[in-house]
Write a protein that binds this ligand. Structure first.
Ligand code: IPD
Ligand code: CA
Ligand code: CA
Ligand code: CA
Length: 262
């Protein structure tokens, strides 16, 4: 295991334990951000604070990008990309699918990623070239699945206008696939793909902190990760599946103009 991965895993586990411990006494402080559906809790912020403190204690010169605290400048070419709770709405409702997600990038490339799902006791890890793992089990995504038999995970953003488009797109995808899942955490969706629990995942409008760690878990499991029309994965569009299914779903999403404004 790389030093980066070990440190990221230690910190993601500590943050997850802290959230589980504090959750029963959590005050009902819930604020909204970009829209009434975009919520943040006290523990999203506490988790990110703890993660930033631990990273800077170990590696004071590194840069950090976190959902709640933004980008912290630094001299180093190492950047930590942090989602302190991915799946905040699930967390708010007591559903188990929320995760602490931490990735380490060197020179802009993810080299280590951890997605800790505390309420399920599952920790996904990956390092560049070192495979994707769930505990001691090496993960391989499902291969050879045609689109018509694919279980496809997706998600919806927080803007009402974008949700209208996302709803129209998913209405066209649904009759062409085995079924759709909306799990509520981009990071867990991509890790589920790595573990063979879904076959494909797509979403418009996810952020770096949503997919930085889980994207490495997915690609190290054998999946292709990208955007539409030959672009790399970005907040504009994220599509992930084994080769073959990736192209089939890609072509459908392009035909549906799934990345159209807003
Ligand atoms: C959200 C989750 C959700 C996805 C949204 C994300 P958050 O992250 O990953 O599954 O559909 O696009 O913003 O706000 O819970 O960290
Ligand atoms: Ca959020
Ligand atoms: Ca997120
Ligand atoms: Ca979050």
């Amino acid at each position: 295991m790389t030093d980066f991965l070990r440190l990221a895993e230690d910190i993601a586990r500590e943050a997850g334990d802290m959230i589980l411990a504090k959750r029963p006494t959590m005050s009902e402080e819930v604020e909204t951000k970009s829209s009434p559906t975009d919520v943040v809790t006290t523990l999203d912020k506490a988790s990110e604070e703890l993660i930033r403190e631990r990273i800077l204690a170990a590696r004071p010169d590194d840069r950090i990008l976190g959902e709640e605290g933004g980008e912290e400048p630094g001299e180093s070419d190492v950047r930590w990309v942090v989602d302190p709770i991915d799946g905040t709405v699930n967390f708010l409702y007591g559903l188990p699918d929320w995760a602490v997600s931490i990735a380490v990038e060197v020179g802009g490339r993810a080299v280590a990623g951890v997605v800790n799902v505390p309420a399920r006791g599952e920790v996904y890890t990956a390092s560049l070239g070192g495979g994707a793992w769930l505990g001691g089990e090496r993960l391989r995504c499902n291969t050879g699945v045609p689109l018509a038999q694919a279980l496809v995970a997706t998600g919806f953003g927080y803007s009402a206008a974008r949700r209208v488009v996302q709803g129209q797109v998913v209405a066209e995808v649904l009759p062409r696939v085995r079924d759709i899942r909306r799990g509520g955490s981009c990071a867990i969706d991509m890790c589920s793909l790595a573990a063979g629990r879904v076959d494909a995942y797509y979403e418009r409008g996810v952020n770096q902190w949503d997919f930085a760690a889980a994207g490495l878990v997915a690609t190290e499991s054998g999946a292709t990760l990208g955007g539409l029309r030959g672009r790399p994965v970005s907040p504009e569009f994220a599509l992930c599946a084994a080769p073959g299914l990736f192209e089939e779903l890609h072509d459908l999403l392009v035909a549906l103009d799934a990345d159209r404004a807003p």
